[in-house]
Design a binder for this molecule. Structure first.
Ligand SMILES: Nc1nc2c(ncn2[C@@H]2O[C@H](COP(=O)(O)OP(=O)(O)O[C@H]3O[C@H](CO)[C@@H](O)[C@H](O)[C@@H]3O)[C@@H](O)[C@H]2O)c(=O)[nH]1
Ligand SMILES: [Mg+2]
Length: 193
């Protein structure tokens, strides 16, 4: 795309938790004509998410936490999500393991990278490395719950994969990364993998 995009100018609108920029650029359309556009982008780094699965009991581990942006949108309750975090300085797998210890209180095995989607490509720069992993009850190392001093207030929720899938259908789970990972496990099971 480098021959179809020419950045003209970029302005930082906010540099607080993340960096919000407004960029003016010329874009060459499919018909060959150049068009000037302005787009805002929000960059707060990349992240990793992991859905641990216990094949012996057919269960998954999730976190339930308050998300202010979802609350603003009228979501009545804390969100049920796959455990996730921002990479900071870590590679995606190290981040996923770290977040699983901090938020879930579990040490995970056999992490498998499923996909690295853009979650909101129209405005947010972030890519999210999505993993599944294996766990058993013996892998519990702490109560989890996240960092209190960072305002995290996380409940660990275990449910059967079947129940989690039903929750993606009836709206109890409405977080995209979580839906992708649950569907991945369900499809693998249906294919006998
Ligand atoms: N002070 C402050 N803290 C913030 C702000 N925005 C988020 N935080 C806090 O910073 C912490 C970040 O925790 P992580 O576990 O590292 O990230 P996360 O919020 O769970 O993000 C993950 O999930 C997102 C949503 O699905 C993903 O988009 C992201 O990639 C990541 O994987 C959370 O306690 C969150 O409340 C902010 O504007 N200001
Ligand atoms: Mg998190």
């Amino acid at each position: 795309m480098d021959d179809r995009v020419r950045v003209i100018s970029s302005e930082v609108l906010s540099d607080a938790w993340g960096v919000l920029k407004s960029t003016v650029f010329d874009y060459r359309r499919l018909d060959g004509n150049w068009e000037r556009q302005t787009r805002e982008t929000y960059d707060r780094g990349n992240g990793a998410a992991v859905l641990p699965y216990d094949p012996a009991r057919n269960t998954v581990l999730l976190v339930r936490q308050f998300r202010f942006p979802a609350y603003l949108q009228g979501h009545p309750e804390p969100l049920l999500e796959a455990c996730a975090g921002l990479l900071d300085e870590d590679d995606p797998e190290t981040c996923a393991r770290r977040e699983a210890q901090e938020e879930l209180g579990y040490q995970l095995h056999d992490l498998e990278l499923i996909c690295v989607p853009f979650m909101t490509p129209g405005s947010v720069t972030e890519r999210l490395a999505c993993f599944v992993a294996r766990y058993s009850q013996e892998d519990r190392v702490s109560a989890g719950g996240g960092h209190i001093h960072e305002g995290e207030d996380i409940e660990v929720v275990e449910m059967t994969l079947e129940e989690a899938y039903r929750a993606t259908r009836d709206g109890r789970i409405s977080d995209a990364k979580t839906i992708v990972l649950i569907q991945h496990l369900v499809i693998d099971q249906a294919r006998g993998e």
